[in-house]
Design a protein. Sequence first.
Length: 278
Amino acid sequence: MAANPSAVESNVSRVAGLHAELLTGHTGVRITGTPIPEMSDAQVAEVQRLVSEYCVGAFPDQFLEPRDHVQFMTRFGEVMITPGVDSHPDHPDVNVVANPGSGGPKSGGFHTDTCFIDRPPAYTSLSGVEVPDHGGDTLFANQYLAYETLSDVMRGWLAGLRLQHVVTGTARPEEVPNPVWHPAVRTNPVTGRKALYVTLIERCHEAEGMTSGEARHLLEFLYRHSHAQHAMYRHRWQVGDFVMWDNRCALHAATYDHGDQPRTLYRVMVEGEVPFEQ
């Protein structure tokens, strides 16, 4: 029987044993096929390409144990924990993300993980352990598109500009080194593409060579621009889901609109390179 042309075209994976289907026009890819613990080196390399190209990969029905979760992420680099954040009591490389959701609909705000250290994580992954019947979604914004949809003039202004990143949102901020400076635009070494690299205003509010007022206006504009709706993927959690994204080209935000229903995810991150632009 001849292959279904539409089915062939919908698979953006280049490696046998993996099927990768786009979740939106630009952002997010659903990856199925070989279970995560059984992936070959070639399949892992293809997962890296897909996640870095489309910013986020969603793997349904994985039901990973913490040990398997950590072992898979070590295939992309050295695992890391955010300084000042508590780990899982039995798995030191796993951070428990538990959001009760009380207090009505809100969001934690779009951000990139742990940007306030010299080598922020390249990849973050979450495993769905306990999820609400409704709400509690995670949103992702494509920062390649955020950069590419800026004007030529604005991209010229940002070339070589560095932004200061400071710690927020940790239980023990004293464990975090001094504020760091990262480029406003960074190059992803996997794809070679440039992405806007901004985050929450309270974490990123100074620009090198600018007054505080100038920096504030610029960063407020860039932050609003960074999560324009045209570049968005919204993940609706199911138990057993595994989601992995590239922090170098994606912002994410949780939505805490699930009332009193429990929402527990296990997080594992992989250390990245010192951010650069070229």
